[in-house]
Design a protein around this ligand. Sequence first.
Ligand code: HEC
Ligand code: HEC
Length: 485
Amino acid sequence: MQSTACRADDADVMSGLVATAAVRPAPGSARATRPRAPSSIVPGRRAFRALGAGLAAFLAAFLAAAAPVAAGGLDVVLGQAIFERMWVAGGASTRSADGLGPLYNARSCSGCHAGAGPSRVALEADGTLSGPGLVVRLSTEAGAPDPVYGRQIQPRAVPGQTAEARVTVREVPGAPGDPGPRVEIDLDAFAYGPLASDTRAGLRLGPDLAGRAALDRIDEAAILARADPQDRDGDGISGRPQWLAGPDGTVRLGRLGWRASHADLADQVASAFANDLGLSTPMRPDPAGDCTAAQADCRDARHGDRDGLTETEVTAEMLGLLTAYLQSLDRPKPSKRAERLARAEAAGTPRAAGDVTALSGEAALAEGQALFAASGCSACHVPAMPAAGGGTVAAFTDLLLHDMGADLADPAVEGVAMPSEWRTAPLVGLSSGVPGSRRYLHDGRAASVDEAIRWHGGEAERARKAYEALTPDERSALMAYLGDL
Ligand code: HEC
Ligand code: HEC
């Protein structure tokens, strides 16, 4: 009975959708970077049906109110809607929006990655840093989750459930010689007793998602070929792959996350649903997310796929749409320089006043690019890596773990990474984010790109010193280049 009703709703919503898609003016009004509307919406329509009535209605509203049909077509728009979806607790009437929590960090992906960008962090007057995108990761010395609290602290819970703890993050003055303040985590109001005595907590900042889907495409052999754990070439830079052991005993190369602790995008997204939102996926089918066996109330809570329903709270179809959206963020951001030139050209004045700025900007960018290589940055932040199946991926990372020195060490270990080892952070999208709220490095301690570079130690010490030796003009050229990525 219920499912008949769903189908009927679905059909209504879909006919509305067809109309919406058909009347949407595509070319011309769409931005230059957005391809035309899809000529057929049939694949999207099938995907749409798979979502069920509650979510379908939400998506129809989203389509009516929001963006024109964007790059990649309807799947991308629907994927964006899922990314922005505010999930609600299990047991609510709209079945396909069920299942948040019981414990969670935020109610949507965009709660932490607003606009798919980097997490926004506010520095409050009392020195605390606030923002849901600062997440507390837990691990024992051996890399196992805390036996009670799991992989992550969830400071929020659905009604009737108890949040795990209160998290306070604050800036504390750095040691003499530090480039800036450090950050400290304060955990209190523990609801399930103390952390295990050997559990360590580490902070992780939500990164920008531009270009991240492309990391899956980097050729594995090319990544491994750059690893030099014994530093045989004597350049001071070793780098080693993150090997992740799966539950079935297979070992996979890690690519995503600050410590490359996820093998691919699907793995990362499933883990975000489980740990950040408390939603099940085909890869992580436990609807209680990061609730451990020791958290009995939480395991007994209502969730979205009980009572004989066979699908997980987030279905394979929804994941497919979400992936399409994340892949649509894949294209390298058009260079500001290229935009400037295009604007000048469109105005019919390619050789007029606007061009002077463009040229001087271009010269700075070229110099910045040369300095990036000469300072040794590109040894880790490789501008372009070979893609499996041809082409390159311009993400400015080698995807290897590097020892970044004791000052960046963090005790919550993952996979084979030691406390001071981090995946080379992709620099693509470095210029994005809301001014004043963008932070850098795994724990968000750096308030500027300059500060982030000055924290580089360990294998990157030589590059940091080269950076510090630049003249102010050279430094601003390098910054212009980094700001254009
Ligand atoms: C509570 C905040 C929060 C929420 C909600 C959240 N994320 Fe994240 N995201 C993070 C943090 C923190 C990291 C870094 C994790 C790490 O390094 O272990 C991250 C990492 C990622 C990465 C890897 C980026 C990289 O550089 O390798 C992707 C992709 C991603 N998130 C996608 C998503 C998607 C999709 C959702 C929704 C299903 C989501 N996130 C929900 C905080 C969040
Ligand atoms: C030995 C490898 C290595 C070298 C050399 C290196 N980096 Fe990095 N870089 C990293 C790693 C690893 C991180 C992440 C560290 C962390 O989060 O604790 C990082 C982070 C960054 C970040 C912050 C990114 C973000 O999203 O928070 C910037 C900016 C950066 N590097 C720029 C540079 C520049 C410019 C140079 C050259 C002067 C350079 N790096 C040299 C490995 C390197």
